[in-house]
Design a protein around this ligand. Structure first.
Ligand code: FNR
Length: 384
Protein backbone atom coordinates (compact mmCIF):
# COMPACT_ATOMS: atom_id res chain seq x y z
CA UNK A 1 0.00 0.00 0.00
CA UNK A 2 1.33 3.49 -0.85
CA UNK A 3 2.17 6.01 1.87
CA UNK A 4 -0.71 8.22 0.69
CA UNK A 5 -3.10 5.30 1.13
CA UNK A 6 -1.71 4.55 4.60
CA UNK A 7 -2.12 8.20 5.62
CA UNK A 8 -5.65 8.30 4.20
CA UNK A 9 -6.54 5.54 6.69
CA UNK A 10 -5.34 7.61 9.66
CA UNK A 11 -8.34 9.29 11.26
CA UNK A 12 -6.82 10.38 14.53
CA UNK A 13 -3.46 10.88 16.22
CA UNK A 14 -3.47 7.37 17.62
CA UNK A 15 -3.74 5.96 14.06
CA UNK A 16 -0.57 7.95 13.19
CA UNK A 17 1.09 6.54 16.33
CA UNK A 18 0.35 2.99 15.13
CA UNK A 19 1.75 3.79 11.69
CA UNK A 20 4.88 5.29 13.29
CA UNK A 21 5.33 2.12 15.35
CA UNK A 22 5.18 0.06 12.13
CA UNK A 23 7.78 2.28 10.43
CA UNK A 24 10.36 2.77 13.18
CA UNK A 25 12.65 0.21 14.78
CA UNK A 26 11.25 -0.50 18.23
CA UNK A 27 14.05 1.27 20.18
CA UNK A 28 13.60 4.42 18.06
CA UNK A 29 9.83 4.34 18.55
CA UNK A 30 10.40 3.89 22.28
CA UNK A 31 12.72 6.92 22.37
CA UNK A 32 9.90 8.97 20.79
CA UNK A 33 6.96 7.50 22.65
CA UNK A 34 8.56 6.80 26.02
CA UNK A 35 8.73 8.89 29.17
CA UNK A 36 10.30 8.88 32.62
CA UNK A 37 10.23 5.95 35.04
CA UNK A 38 6.71 4.46 35.39
CA UNK A 39 5.46 6.75 32.56
CA UNK A 40 2.40 7.44 34.71
CA UNK A 41 2.72 11.20 34.28
CA UNK A 42 2.90 10.87 30.50
CA UNK A 43 -0.24 8.73 30.43
CA UNK A 44 -2.01 10.95 32.95
CA UNK A 45 -1.35 14.05 30.81
CA UNK A 46 -3.93 12.75 28.32
CA UNK A 47 -6.19 10.97 30.81
CA UNK A 48 -6.66 14.27 32.67
CA UNK A 49 -7.92 15.85 29.44
CA UNK A 50 -10.34 12.99 28.94
CA UNK A 51 -11.56 13.36 32.55
CA UNK A 52 -12.39 17.02 31.91
CA UNK A 53 -16.08 17.07 31.02
CA UNK A 54 -17.74 19.57 28.67
CA UNK A 55 -21.20 21.12 28.93
CA UNK A 56 -22.14 22.09 25.37
CA UNK A 57 -24.43 25.03 24.52
CA UNK A 58 -26.87 24.97 21.60
CA UNK A 59 -28.86 27.17 19.21
CA UNK A 60 -25.85 29.39 18.67
CA UNK A 61 -24.87 30.13 15.06
CA UNK A 62 -21.77 27.97 14.57
CA UNK A 63 -21.95 27.84 10.77
CA UNK A 64 -18.54 29.43 10.67
CA UNK A 65 -16.19 29.41 13.65
CA UNK A 66 -13.01 31.47 14.00
CA UNK A 67 -9.75 29.78 14.99
CA UNK A 68 -7.24 32.51 14.13
CA UNK A 69 -5.42 34.09 17.04
CA UNK A 70 -2.23 35.91 18.02
CA UNK A 71 0.49 34.24 20.10
CA UNK A 72 3.96 35.50 21.04
CA UNK A 73 3.48 38.52 18.82
CA UNK A 74 2.48 36.55 15.71
CA UNK A 75 -0.81 35.93 13.92
CA UNK A 76 -1.50 32.23 13.51
CA UNK A 77 -4.28 30.31 11.79
CA UNK A 78 -5.21 28.37 14.93
CA UNK A 79 -3.84 28.21 18.46
CA UNK A 80 -1.13 25.58 18.07
CA UNK A 81 2.63 25.46 18.51
CA UNK A 82 4.87 22.56 17.47
CA UNK A 83 6.91 22.04 20.63
CA UNK A 84 10.69 21.87 20.32
CA UNK A 85 11.90 18.26 20.05
CA UNK A 86 15.55 17.36 19.61
CA UNK A 87 16.96 14.82 17.16
CA UNK A 88 14.07 14.69 14.68
CA UNK A 89 16.18 13.38 11.77
CA UNK A 90 16.42 10.12 13.71
CA UNK A 91 12.72 9.60 12.93
CA UNK A 92 12.78 10.69 9.28
CA UNK A 93 15.57 12.01 7.01
CA UNK A 94 13.76 15.35 6.57
CA UNK A 95 13.48 15.78 10.35
CA UNK A 96 12.97 19.31 11.63
CA UNK A 97 12.85 20.72 8.07
CA UNK A 98 9.71 18.70 7.35
CA UNK A 99 8.05 19.83 10.58
CA UNK A 100 8.96 23.49 10.07
CA UNK A 101 7.63 23.41 6.49
CA UNK A 102 4.37 21.72 7.51
CA UNK A 103 3.87 24.17 10.39
CA UNK A 104 4.59 27.08 8.04
CA UNK A 105 2.05 25.80 5.49
CA UNK A 106 -0.54 25.37 8.26
CA UNK A 107 0.32 28.91 9.44
CA UNK A 108 0.96 27.87 13.05
CA UNK A 109 4.01 28.35 15.31
CA UNK A 110 7.06 26.11 14.92
CA UNK A 111 9.48 25.46 17.79
CA UNK A 112 13.08 24.43 17.11
CA UNK A 113 15.14 22.70 19.81
CA UNK A 114 18.72 23.58 20.70
CA UNK A 115 19.43 19.87 20.17
CA UNK A 116 17.84 19.81 16.71
CA UNK A 117 19.56 17.92 13.90
CA UNK A 118 19.13 20.89 11.51
CA UNK A 119 20.69 24.31 12.08
CA UNK A 120 18.56 27.25 13.14
CA UNK A 121 19.71 29.10 10.02
CA UNK A 122 18.63 26.26 7.67
CA UNK A 123 15.22 26.20 9.35
CA UNK A 124 14.87 29.97 8.91
CA UNK A 125 15.64 29.56 5.20
CA UNK A 126 12.77 27.11 4.58
CA UNK A 127 10.23 28.32 7.14
CA UNK A 128 9.48 32.03 6.93
CA UNK A 129 6.46 31.67 9.28
CA UNK A 130 6.31 32.22 13.06
CA UNK A 131 9.19 30.37 14.76
CA UNK A 132 10.49 30.11 18.27
CA UNK A 133 13.85 28.79 19.33
CA UNK A 134 14.17 26.71 22.50
CA UNK A 135 17.09 27.50 24.76
CA UNK A 136 18.73 26.02 27.79
CA UNK A 137 20.89 28.20 30.02
CA UNK A 138 24.13 26.24 29.80
CA UNK A 139 27.08 26.23 32.19
CA UNK A 140 28.87 27.99 29.35
CA UNK A 141 26.59 31.06 29.34
CA UNK A 142 28.31 32.30 26.18
CA UNK A 143 26.86 29.36 24.25
CA UNK A 144 23.32 30.47 25.25
CA UNK A 145 24.13 34.11 24.44
CA UNK A 146 25.48 33.09 21.03
CA UNK A 147 22.28 31.15 20.22
CA UNK A 148 20.15 34.21 21.10
CA UNK A 149 22.26 36.41 18.85
CA UNK A 150 22.10 33.92 15.97
CA UNK A 151 18.30 33.74 16.29
CA UNK A 152 18.07 37.54 16.07
CA UNK A 153 20.19 37.44 12.95
CA UNK A 154 18.09 34.66 11.42
CA UNK A 155 14.75 36.40 12.10
CA UNK A 156 13.18 34.16 14.76
CA UNK A 157 9.96 35.49 16.27
CA UNK A 158 10.35 34.31 19.86
CA UNK A 159 12.52 32.51 22.40
CA UNK A 160 11.50 29.71 24.70
CA UNK A 161 13.59 28.76 27.71
CA UNK A 162 13.11 25.21 28.98
CA UNK A 163 13.51 25.10 32.76
CA UNK A 164 12.47 21.54 33.65
CA UNK A 165 15.75 19.85 32.69
CA UNK A 166 18.22 20.58 35.50
CA UNK A 167 19.16 16.94 34.87
CA UNK A 168 17.76 14.47 32.33
CA UNK A 169 14.83 12.25 33.41
CA UNK A 170 15.23 8.50 33.79
CA UNK A 171 13.84 6.99 30.59
CA UNK A 172 13.68 3.28 31.22
CA UNK A 173 12.65 2.16 27.72
CA UNK A 174 15.95 3.62 26.43
CA UNK A 175 17.92 2.00 29.24
CA UNK A 176 16.35 -1.35 28.38
CA UNK A 177 16.87 -1.14 24.61
CA UNK A 178 20.38 0.33 24.81
CA UNK A 179 19.40 3.02 22.27
CA UNK A 180 20.77 6.33 23.46
CA UNK A 181 24.07 7.89 24.39
CA UNK A 182 26.21 5.94 24.21
CA UNK A 183 24.22 3.34 22.25
CA UNK A 184 24.89 -0.08 23.76
CA UNK A 185 24.96 -2.34 20.72
CA UNK A 186 23.56 -5.80 21.33
CA UNK A 187 22.15 -8.59 19.16
CA UNK A 188 18.50 -7.64 19.97
CA UNK A 189 19.21 -3.97 19.14
CA UNK A 190 20.76 -4.88 15.77
CA UNK A 191 17.89 -7.29 15.08
CA UNK A 192 15.32 -4.53 15.78
CA UNK A 193 16.98 -2.34 13.14
CA UNK A 194 17.15 -5.24 10.66
CA UNK A 195 13.38 -5.71 11.07
CA UNK A 196 12.83 -2.20 9.68
CA UNK A 197 14.98 -2.24 6.51
CA UNK A 198 13.31 0.81 4.91
CA UNK A 199 13.98 3.02 7.94
CA UNK A 200 17.52 1.56 8.34
CA UNK A 201 18.39 2.21 4.70
CA UNK A 202 17.11 5.80 4.87
CA UNK A 203 19.01 6.31 8.13
CA UNK A 204 22.28 5.08 6.60
CA UNK A 205 21.77 7.20 3.44
CA UNK A 206 21.09 10.20 5.66
CA UNK A 207 24.76 10.36 6.66
CA UNK A 208 25.99 10.99 10.19
CA UNK A 209 23.58 13.07 12.27
CA UNK A 210 24.84 16.05 14.25
CA UNK A 211 23.49 18.90 16.36
CA UNK A 212 24.55 21.81 14.15
CA UNK A 213 23.38 24.51 16.59
CA UNK A 214 25.99 23.50 19.15
CA UNK A 215 28.43 21.24 17.24
CA UNK A 216 31.17 23.88 17.02
CA UNK A 217 31.06 24.37 20.79
CA UNK A 218 31.14 20.65 21.51
CA UNK A 219 34.38 20.30 19.55
CA UNK A 220 33.25 16.86 18.34
CA UNK A 221 31.79 15.56 15.09
CA UNK A 222 29.57 12.75 16.27
CA UNK A 223 26.03 12.95 17.64
CA UNK A 224 26.88 10.82 20.72
CA UNK A 225 29.79 13.10 21.63
CA UNK A 226 27.66 16.22 21.10
CA UNK A 227 24.81 14.76 23.14
CA UNK A 228 27.24 13.94 25.94
CA UNK A 229 28.57 17.50 25.78
CA UNK A 230 25.06 18.96 26.08
CA UNK A 231 24.38 16.66 29.04
CA UNK A 232 27.48 18.03 30.75
CA UNK A 233 26.43 21.59 29.96
CA UNK A 234 23.03 21.32 31.71
CA UNK A 235 23.34 23.55 34.75
CA UNK A 236 21.36 22.63 37.87
CA UNK A 237 22.40 25.95 39.46
CA UNK A 238 20.55 28.23 36.98
CA UNK A 239 18.56 30.94 38.75
CA UNK A 240 16.02 33.65 37.93
CA UNK A 241 18.89 36.18 37.66
CA UNK A 242 20.33 34.23 34.70
CA UNK A 243 16.88 34.18 33.12
CA UNK A 244 16.49 37.96 33.31
CA UNK A 245 19.78 38.45 31.49
CA UNK A 246 18.68 36.21 28.61
CA UNK A 247 15.26 37.92 28.34
CA UNK A 248 16.94 41.31 28.14
CA UNK A 249 19.47 40.12 25.60
CA UNK A 250 16.68 38.81 23.33
CA UNK A 251 14.43 41.84 23.78
CA UNK A 252 11.34 40.26 22.16
CA UNK A 253 8.63 37.71 23.00
CA UNK A 254 10.09 35.24 25.48
CA UNK A 255 8.37 32.13 26.89
CA UNK A 256 9.40 29.99 29.84
CA UNK A 257 8.55 26.31 29.36
CA UNK A 258 8.13 23.71 32.07
CA UNK A 259 6.22 25.60 34.77
CA UNK A 260 3.55 23.83 36.86
CA UNK A 261 3.02 26.09 39.89
CA UNK A 262 1.23 29.44 40.16
CA UNK A 263 4.12 30.79 42.26
CA UNK A 264 6.67 30.02 39.55
CA UNK A 265 4.31 31.49 36.94
CA UNK A 266 4.24 34.75 38.95
CA UNK A 267 8.03 34.76 38.92
CA UNK A 268 7.94 34.23 35.15
CA UNK A 269 5.83 37.38 34.86
CA UNK A 270 7.99 39.30 37.36
CA UNK A 271 11.23 38.44 35.58
CA UNK A 272 9.90 40.04 32.40
CA UNK A 273 8.97 37.04 30.22
CA UNK A 274 5.94 37.44 27.96
CA UNK A 275 4.59 33.88 28.18
CA UNK A 276 4.56 30.80 30.38
CA UNK A 277 4.29 27.32 28.91
CA UNK A 278 2.57 25.02 31.41
CA UNK A 279 4.35 21.72 30.82
CA UNK A 280 5.93 18.65 32.40
CA UNK A 281 8.00 17.89 29.28
CA UNK A 282 5.49 15.31 28.10
CA UNK A 283 6.17 13.26 31.25
CA UNK A 284 9.80 12.74 30.22
CA UNK A 285 11.28 14.45 33.28
CA UNK A 286 9.73 14.20 36.78
CA UNK A 287 7.53 11.13 36.99
CA UNK A 288 4.69 12.00 39.35
CA UNK A 289 4.55 15.65 38.30
CA UNK A 290 1.18 17.37 38.00
CA UNK A 291 -0.47 17.30 34.57
CA UNK A 292 -0.53 20.53 32.54
CA UNK A 293 -4.32 20.60 32.17
CA UNK A 294 -4.71 20.26 35.96
CA UNK A 295 -2.04 22.90 36.66
CA UNK A 296 -3.50 25.33 34.12
CA UNK A 297 -6.46 26.98 35.95
CA UNK A 298 -4.40 28.23 38.92
CA UNK A 299 -1.66 29.53 36.63
CA UNK A 300 -4.15 31.25 34.30
CA UNK A 301 -5.83 32.84 37.33
CA UNK A 302 -2.49 34.03 38.71
CA UNK A 303 -0.89 35.49 35.56
CA UNK A 304 -3.31 35.22 32.64
CA UNK A 305 -4.09 38.95 32.77
CA UNK A 306 -0.40 39.87 32.42
CA UNK A 307 1.31 37.27 30.24
CA UNK A 308 0.27 34.61 27.74
CA UNK A 309 -0.38 31.14 29.13
CA UNK A 310 0.23 28.16 26.83
CA UNK A 311 -0.39 24.49 27.59
CA UNK A 312 2.00 21.74 26.49
CA UNK A 313 1.61 18.00 26.96
CA UNK A 314 -0.98 15.30 26.50
CA UNK A 315 -2.93 16.92 23.64
CA UNK A 316 -4.11 14.15 21.31
CA UNK A 317 -7.45 15.55 20.14
CA UNK A 318 -8.82 18.84 18.90
CA UNK A 319 -11.27 18.73 21.79
CA UNK A 320 -8.28 18.75 24.17
CA UNK A 321 -7.28 22.11 22.68
CA UNK A 322 -10.84 23.36 23.29
CA UNK A 323 -10.67 22.21 26.94
CA UNK A 324 -7.30 23.92 27.45
CA UNK A 325 -8.61 27.18 25.99
CA UNK A 326 -11.66 26.98 28.26
CA UNK A 327 -9.34 26.55 31.24
CA UNK A 328 -7.41 29.69 30.39
CA UNK A 329 -4.75 28.77 27.80
CA UNK A 330 -4.13 31.07 24.84
CA UNK A 331 -2.81 28.16 22.78
CA UNK A 332 -1.60 24.57 23.01
CA UNK A 333 1.68 23.00 22.09
CA UNK A 334 2.26 19.42 20.88
CA UNK A 335 5.32 17.18 20.66
CA UNK A 336 4.66 13.49 20.03
CA UNK A 337 1.55 13.99 17.84
CA UNK A 338 3.56 15.65 15.05
CA UNK A 339 6.51 13.30 15.61
CA UNK A 340 4.20 10.32 15.00
CA UNK A 341 3.22 11.95 11.69
CA UNK A 342 6.85 12.70 10.82
CA UNK A 343 7.91 9.12 11.55
CA UNK A 344 4.99 7.71 9.59
CA UNK A 345 5.41 9.75 6.42
CA UNK A 346 7.69 12.80 6.65
CA UNK A 347 6.19 16.20 5.87
CA UNK A 348 2.82 14.84 4.61
CA UNK A 349 2.56 12.91 7.89
CA UNK A 350 3.15 16.06 9.95
CA UNK A 351 0.64 17.95 7.79
CA UNK A 352 -1.87 15.14 8.39
CA UNK A 353 -1.39 15.35 12.19
CA UNK A 354 -1.96 19.12 12.11
CA UNK A 355 -5.00 18.78 9.84
CA UNK A 356 -6.58 16.13 12.07
CA UNK A 357 -6.23 18.30 15.17
CA UNK A 358 -7.43 21.46 13.43
CA UNK A 359 -10.54 19.85 11.93
CA UNK A 360 -11.30 18.14 15.25
CA UNK A 361 -11.01 21.50 17.04
CA UNK A 362 -13.39 23.17 14.59
CA UNK A 363 -15.95 20.36 14.95
CA UNK A 364 -15.61 20.38 18.77
CA UNK A 365 -16.19 24.14 18.83
CA UNK A 366 -19.30 23.77 16.69
CA UNK A 367 -20.63 20.94 18.86
CA UNK A 368 -19.93 22.86 22.08
CA UNK A 369 -21.43 26.13 20.80
CA UNK A 370 -18.16 28.11 20.64
CA UNK A 371 -17.67 30.57 17.80
CA UNK A 372 -14.22 32.07 18.36
CA UNK A 373 -11.08 30.63 20.00
CA UNK A 374 -10.35 34.03 21.48
CA UNK A 375 -13.38 33.98 23.73
CA UNK A 376 -14.00 30.45 24.87
CA UNK A 377 -15.49 30.72 28.35
CA UNK A 378 -14.73 28.43 31.30
CA UNK A 379 -18.44 27.70 31.70
CA UNK A 380 -18.28 24.99 29.01
CA UNK A 381 -16.33 22.89 31.55
CA UNK A 382 -18.51 20.97 34.02
CA UNK A 383 -18.04 22.12 37.65
CA UNK A 384 -15.65 24.89 36.61
C1 FNR B 1 10.88 16.43 23.62
N1 FNR B 1 10.71 17.61 24.36
C2 FNR B 1 11.70 18.57 24.36
N2 FNR B 1 11.51 19.74 25.02
C3 FNR B 1 12.45 20.72 24.98
O1 FNR B 1 12.25 21.76 25.57
N3 FNR B 1 13.62 20.51 24.29
C4 FNR B 1 13.89 19.36 23.61
O2 FNR B 1 14.92 19.21 22.98
C5 FNR B 1 12.90 18.33 23.66
N4 FNR B 1 13.09 17.14 23.01
C6 FNR B 1 12.09 16.21 22.95
C7 FNR B 1 12.27 15.04 22.19
C8 FNR B 1 11.23 14.13 22.08
C9 FNR B 1 11.42 12.90 21.25
C10 FNR B 1 9.99 14.37 22.73
C11 FNR B 1 8.82 13.42 22.60
C12 FNR B 1 9.82 15.50 23.50
C13 FNR B 1 9.43 17.88 25.07
C14 FNR B 1 8.46 18.59 24.13
O3 FNR B 1 8.89 19.88 23.83
C15 FNR B 1 7.08 18.70 24.76
O4 FNR B 1 7.18 19.31 26.01
C16 FNR B 1 6.34 17.36 24.92
O5 FNR B 1 6.56 16.53 23.81
C17 FNR B 1 4.85 17.64 25.09
O6 FNR B 1 4.15 16.47 25.34
P1 FNR B 1 3.37 15.65 24.19
O7 FNR B 1 2.72 16.63 23.27
O8 FNR B 1 4.45 14.85 23.50
O9 FNR B 1 2.42 14.82 24.97
Amino acid sequence: MSMTAHLARCHNIDDLRVLARCRLPRPVFDFLDGAAESERTARQNTVAFDDTVLVPRFLIDVSSVKTATRVLGQDIEWPLVCSPTGGSRIFHPDGELAVARAAGRARIFYGLSTTATVSLEDIAAVAPGPKLFQLYIFKDRDMTRELIDRCKQAGYSAMCLTVDVPVVGKRERDLRSGFGVPTKWSAPLVASFARRPLWSLAYLRNGALTMPNVAHRAGADSLPAQTRYIGQQLDPSVSWRDVREMIERWGGPFAIKGVLSADDARRVADVGASAVIVSNHGGRQLDGAMTPIDALPAIAAAVGQHIEVLLDGGVRRGVHVLKALARGAKACSIGRPYLYGLSAAGEPGVAKALRILHTELIRAMQLAGCTDVRDIAPDIIAGN
